[in-house]
Design a protein around this ligand. Structure first.
Ligand code: GTP
Length: 216
């Protein structure tokens, strides 16, 4: 997918107070882990199988989601995983409020590179950025090389929420973005009498409810 030209706004519905706040979220991770596919699944509810076309540059999709009765506008940036685009994508980290960091459960090096991605994120992104680790392609159980526990352990080490996803089946895709939206809404609108929201606890409780681990 060529993402040099930004996508158009696709919300369409009644604007309200909260939609004026753009919550910038960025998808990062090695080339081929499924960033574009994850975004297409979330945005359009479909998976386009077939030949892999690496993202060129960076582009965004706007998406309005409703959490706790409040409409939250996410601006989701899809970055190119290839090394040659790294300096371009770094420039976008600074304004990001959330980062979804993906690896591919069938690809060892994409998992090994997560530490390097986190180092870059800590170097270029705001220190309060919300980070979520996603082990994608969970539907490809026959080629799995990274156990779910390994993803959990790494995420715990860095204090970030974790889940496995499948851009193909849609498993946990909406949950990942909704958890981010909930956290960003909570940060933006936090009321004095509102109980504090913990994204890691929320993700864990929702994973249990949705039976996330059908592929494990
Ligand atoms: N089975 C399966 N295949 C997937 C999944 N996600 C992505 N793929 C496939 O993996 C390949 C790479 O997916 P992309 O979404 O283009 O990967 P990317 O991370 O955006 O890659 P770059 O743009 O180069 O950074 C494509 O052939 C996809 O169809 C998934 O969850 N399950």
């Amino acid at each position: 997918m060529d993402l040099q030209r930004p996508d158009s706004y696709q919300g369409g519905a009644r604007p309200d107070f909260h939609e004026h706040i753009l919550h910038k979220t960025i998808l990062v991770g090695d080339s081929g882990v499924g960033k574009t596919s994850l975004l297409v699944q979330f945005d359009q509810g479909k998976f386009i199988p077939g030949s892999f076309s690496a993202t060129v540059g960076i582009g965004f999709t706007n998406k309005v989601v409703t959490v706790d009765g409040v409409r939250v506008k996410l601006q989701i940036w899809d970055t190119a995983g290839q090394e040659r685009f790294r300096s371009v994508t770094h420039a976008y980290y600074r304004d990001a409020q959330a980062l979804l960091l993906l690896y591919d459960i069938t690809n060892q090096s994409s998992f090994d590179n997560i530490r390097a991605w986190l180092t870059e994120i800590h170097e270029y992104a705001h220190r309060d950025v919300v980070i979520m680790l996603l082990g994608n392609k969970a539907d490809v159980s026959s080629e799995r090389v990274i156990r779910s526990e390994d993803g959990e352990t790494l995420a715990r080490e860095y204090g970030v929420p974790f889940m496995e996803t499948s851009a193909k089946t849609g498993m946990n895709v909406e949950l990942a973005f909704l958890a981010i939206a909930k956290e960003l809404k909570y940060r933006a609108r936090q009321q004095a009498d509102e109980p504090s929201f913990q994204i890691r606890d929320y993700v864990e409780s929702q994973k249990k409810r949705s039976g996330c681990c059908a592929f494990l």
